[in-house]
Design a protein around this ligand. Structure first.
Ligand SMILES: CC(C)(COP(=O)(O)OP(=O)(O)OC[C@H]1O[C@@H](n2cnc3c(N)ncnc32)[C@H](O)[C@@H]1OP(=O)(O)O)[C@@H](O)C(=O)NCCC(=O)NCCS
Length: 158
């Protein structure tokens, strides 16, 4: 894959590697009520997936997992370590994956987000994503299931 690293001060966004998974799993388990397993991450190292790492001072601060299907980039996971939140890492990762998806010819970025996840929804809306649907009971939750908002960003240039 042709790739140009993004650098901002001491921060870099580059491809996530299987060797990052110990750090990924630590962040993942601290961030979600229902975290992905390591096997799920390992299964994402495929040609039609893009996995991005946000690094700060050499350590992993966050990551994003995107699946390409035809002309659609599906954002499956966007996560920032608790200690690094509120510093712009999530926005940088999101802008990076959107720029790469556009470069790769994708026409749309799509994602699901828990209806209760107001900080993520605010981030997506501030980057131009719009709610295009609702999936009832999409996520497991402590007391049953939780609905998802489906959000999309048009990447087409015409
Ligand atoms: C959602 C998440 C990725 C945001 O990452 P972050 O690095 O903290 O976000 P940023 O610092 O780049 O902030 C970007 C925007 O997100 C929103 N946001 C971030 N934290 C917020 C908070 N605590 N409350 C409300 N809005 C918030 C704001 O709109 C913010 O823009 P602003 O700084 O101009 O107000 C992070 O909170 C996270 O990893 N959460 C756990 C995993 C998760 O829920 N992922 C999304 C799954 S769909």
């Amino acid at each position: 894959m042709s790739y140009q690293a993004v650098r901002d001060n001491d921060c870099t966004i580059d491809p996530l590697a299987p060797g990052d998974l110990p750090e990924v799993m630590e962040i993942e388990r601290c961030s979600y009520s229902h975290p992905w397993s390591e096997a799920v991450f390992l299964d994402c190292f495929r040609p039609d997936y893009r996995l991005w790492a946000f690094r700060h001072g050499g350590s992993l601060g966050g990551y994003a997992v995107v699946a390409y299907l035809y002309d659609e980039a599906h954002l499956l996971n966007l996560c920032v370590a608790k200690a690094r939140r509120g510093e712009g890492a999530g926005r940088q990762l999101l802008r990076h994956l959107v720029a790469r998806a556009t470069h790769d010819g994708m026409q749309q970025t799509i994602l699901e987000v828990r209806v209760s996840n107001s900080s993520a929804v605010a981030l997506y809306e501030s980057e131009g994503f719009r709610v295009i649907g609702h999936r009832p009971g999409y996520y497991p939750a402590a007391n049953g299931r939780e609905d998802a908002k489906v959000m999309a960003l048009d990447l087409s240039t015409d």
